[in-house]
Ligand binder design. Structure first.
Ligand SMILES: Nc1ncnc2c1ncn2[C@@H]1O[C@H](COP(=O)(O)OP(=O)(O)OP(=O)(O)O)[C@@H](O)[C@H]1O
Ligand SMILES: [Mg+2]
Length: 230
């Protein structure tokens, strides 16, 4: 479903070229859960953003099903992002003085979702994250774990096939992080493909597969059961 071939992304400075990703090739199938791990600066966020169509690359190819994403115009790419992927960003990127319900409805203001469907769809996804009772609370008064659930509810409101999450538990205590991971895995068990960037071994161990990045390259790519039995 996702096929990257020899992707390189670099930044040119007067002092020379820095590679964020170098010759990255990988295939991700529908329904997989994948942890992307590696040191700070290894290229994890860059990889996630390229997969989500938020960032571009200079070399290589990226196919989403049969579609060559590098050939899409900006407007078609925006449509792809809006329809196919759900992002969970590290600092949540919620509007603090608005309600949880408003925040979850937000992505639908930018597309053609019929107005009367917006509220029921947002309530359904809040319910899926078990926070429908918080729908009318302002995000600014919610706890970190509750905010993270609102961010996930927003990411899933349009039923994307893929969820991309950058450190979804990074700001949470262990117990709250566990419950957020369980909610994400629940979505995965319903068929949503999950890509999670994490520094946390426990978080990574929930996933079927781990991709270890180092210096912009794939250092290891293995099924989790192999790691657990090492
Ligand atoms: N906009 C940019 N301009 C210049 N260099 C950049 C830019 N974005 C990323 N980089 C560089 O690309 C490399 C990979 O960055 P990336 O953000 O993907 O790392 P990361 O693995 O997500 O790190 P972290 O764990 O700290 O979030 C780093 O060396 C970074 O400095
Ligand atoms: Mg990062």
């Amino acid at each position: 479903m996702i096929k990257l071939t020899n992707i390189s992304k670099y930044y040119d400075y007067s002092s020379g070229r820095t590679y964020a990703l170098r010759n990255v090739s990988l295939t991700i199938d529908q329904g997989e859960s994948v942890a992307i791990v590696g040191k700070s600066g290894a290229g994890k966020t860059t990889l996630l953003n390229i997969i989500g169509g938020l960032d571009t690359f200079q070399e290589g190819s990226y196919f989403w099903k049969d579609q060559d994403l590098s050939k899409l115009s900006d407007s078609r790419l925006a449509k792809f992002r809006n329809e196919s992927v759900g992002f969970v960003i590290q600092d949540f990127a919620l509007v603090p003085h608005k309600t949880a319900l408003f925040n979850v409805m937000l992505p639908m203001y930018f597309d053609k979702t019929p107005h009367k469907l917006m509220k029921p769809m947002a309530l359904e996804s809040l319910d899926q994250m078990e926070i429908s009772h918080l729908a009318n609370k302002k995000v600014s008064v919610l706890s970190g774990g509750e905010k993270q659930r609102v961010a996930i509810a927003r990411a899933i409101v349009k039923k994307p096939k893929v969820i991309l999450a950058d450190e979804p538990t990074g700001a949470l205590d262990a117990a709250t992080g566990k419950s957020v991971m369980e909610a994400l895995m629940d979505l995965n068990h319903r068929g949503v493909t999950l890509l999670i960037v994490t520094h946390d071994k426990d978080v990574a161990s929930y996933c079927d597969r781990q991709i270890v990045l180092g210096d912009g390259q794939v250092k290891h790519d293995r099924k989790n059961y192999a790691i657990k039995t090492e």
